[in-house]
Design a protein around this ligand. Structure first.
Ligand code: FAD
Length: 342
């Protein structure tokens, strides 16, 4: 199995072994068997947040292909198998009159990966609505359920992203959604403006979904085989969170007001795309090695067809170093890097 075929950016060499797990039992069995023999394991969902080495993965790759969405229990509660396509989950909950995931429309990947980096967009994060994450604990060899408060959710992070050797395999995720056709109050100014309303207003959740998908398409952020700008791993860098001193340094270097969002505790989140552009890396920028910045969104690095992982990382390093030299800010990658480092 060539791992380039499993990732949205189309990069990565071969896997030593490959298992497609269609049930929880198959998933647990594949992981436990590999663990018992000391074989490295890489769990893959939709491959939309992965950058894998050109040398591939010297171990077993387990693709999560479990299915199921059920609505038992409390009103508005939905439990989704890890292998369900995320955007189909969003569409289905909205069709069933449940609000809370509408701003997360059009994000690629599988449901089981959403708690890993606390997927978010346009003012919503899955941590707002997740009540529990059911996992297989590879160390204890048993099922463990994490209520929301134990998931360690933060901006693009959770305990699952950082736990030792990827200890927990997500089996299913439970969400508590609002039983209403109106979307939740809009938090993101760009989205509210696209809908012709003010932040804080509410409009039909299906309308919110259409507006989000339209905004995302314009930025190349909806996977589309006819759009070469979507052959990416999404945003390559997370937006840096800065304290007052770091913000003042950026402000002084830029000589112009810096766009920012409140991140609580006196911190602000600054758009990485803005820093990258101001550091001299515009849309379409390339080192000529097949990797380039998307023509639609400065934050996405794209494989134009002939890129290698090393070529992509060379571009990412140049951008990271350029932003650090100009603004003193260290950008960190958002995708999970496998067998490589920035
Ligand atoms: C065009 C594009 C747009 C994007 N837009 C956004 C966005 O707006 N917001 C956002 O937050 N992200 C975005 N992303 C990133 C990505 O879509 C999300 O992180 C998504 O949740 C990844 O899902 P996946 O199934 O593809 O995970 P994968 O890429 O397959 O895996 C990602 C990580 O999660 C682990 N993992 C996957 N499934 C499991 C499981 N069941 N149990 C344990 N570990 C698991 C993998 O081992 C890996 O470490 C975007 C990506 C692309 C390509």
């Amino acid at each position: 199995m060539n791992l380039a075929d499993l990732t949205t950016i189309g990069l990565g060499g071969p896997a030593r072994a490959f298992v497609r797990a269609g049930t929880d039992d198959e998933l647990i069995d594949a992981v436990a068997t590999a663990d018992a023999s000391g074989e490295p394991v890489l769990i893959v969902g939709g491959g939309s947040n992965l950058v894998i080495a050109d040398a591939g993965f010297d171990g077993t790759v387990v693709q999560v292909a479990t299915r199921g969405l059920s609505r038992d229990g409390e009103p508005g509660t939905v439990t989704v198998a890890a292998g369900e396509d995320w955007d189909e989950v969003v569409a289905r909950t909205l069709a069933e009159g449940l609000a809370g995931l509408e701003c997360l429309s059009g994000i690629p990947g599988r449901a089981g990966a959403t708690p890993i980096q606390n997927v978010g967009a346009y003012g919503q994060e899955v941590s707002d609505t997740i009540t529990a994450v059911r996992t297989y604990d590879r160390l204890a060899g048993q099922i463990e359920i994490f209520p929301n408060g134990r998931c360690g959710f933060g901006y693009r992070t959770s305990v699952f992203k950082h736990d030792d050797a990827r200890r927990h395999v997500v089996l299913s995720v439970t969400f508590r959604l609002a039983e209403q056709s109106a979307g939740l109050p809009l938090r993101y100014a760009e989205l509210a403006s696209a809908l012709g309303v003010a932040p804080g207003d509410q409009v039909a959740s299906t309308q919110v979904r259409s507006a989000v998908i339209e905004l995302r398409r314009r930025k190349g952020m909806v996977i589309d085989s006819t759009d070469p700008d979507t052959r990416s791993a999404g945003s390559f860098f997370v937006n840096p969170v800065l304290d007052g001193a770091a913000l003042a340094a950026v402000q002084a270097a830029a000589g112009t007001p810096v766009p920012r969002f409140d991140a609580g505790d006196g911190l602000v989140k600054v758009p990485a795309a803005w820093l990258i552009e101001r550091a001299g890396f515009g849309k379409g920028y390339t080192l000529g090695n097949g990797a380039r910045i998307s023509a639609k969104h400065t934050l996405a690095l794209v494989n134009s067809g002939s890129a290698t992982t090393e070529g992509l990382l060379a571009l990412a390093r140049q951008i990271r170093d350029g932003v650090r030299d100009v603004f003193g800010v260290s950008l960190t990658p958002e995708p999970v890097l496998v067998g490589v480092a920035l």
